[in-house]
Design a protein around this ligand. Sequence first.
Ligand code: HEM
Length: 212
Amino acid sequence: MAVSGLVMLGYLVLHMIGNLKIFFGASELNGYAAWLRTIGQPFLGHAWFLWIARVALVAAVVVHGVAAYQLSRRDLAARPTGYQHSGARRTRARQSYATRTMRWGGVILALFIVWHILDLTTLTVNPVADPGHPYQNIVGAFRTWYDGGIYCVAMLALGLHVRHGFWSAAQTLGANSPGRDRALKLTANLLALVLTAGFLSVPIAVMTGIVR
Ligand code: HEM
């Protein structure tokens, strides 16, 4: 979980920085998207690098999902039953706030990724659907209240997921120690804040007419 999560986190940081090019205008963002398809040329063919990245990301998502499922099963198996109150209320109370947020956040993000790919990669549900023009597609999509809304909710879920996920990954990989815990927690909070603010700025800028 930790390693696949960190791979996706690295991708998200780069993706968020790339998205901010929207504030420099259509030709800047569209030019950047075109450049992404030329990475590695002439050694690699057109858009090969993008496909390699896609395969790596799908692998990370699958590993992350399977590990999350196994973790849930293990939690269920380890849960004491038939002792004291085994009612639903106690079961819920025993699950920590973070566990529940991570599970729901993970489900929301998985659904979001499917929507996002249909919206801005395959353009299946995009109202503009102009291949090679992500600027126009983004502006067209976020002008509709429901799409802008979906992105805002998903970005808040992303922030919470990254905040707790980064801290959990640090523990799993043994990076934490009493002397380092404060710095790691601060890094987790900062990463979550910067990612959420950076990603959120795009739908908000379109919905408020700053980017049009
Ligand atoms: C406001 C936030 C976001 C915007 C405006 C945005 C925009 C875009 C755009 C325009 C593309 C297509 C790029 C291209 O074809 O050149 C794209 C691809 C992608 N985005 Fe986002 N994105 C956002 C947030 C996210 C988040 C939070 C995730 C992951 C949780 C994500 C995951 C992806 C992935 C995996 C692709 C690659 C799909 C592919 O080409 O196969 N994006 N994004």
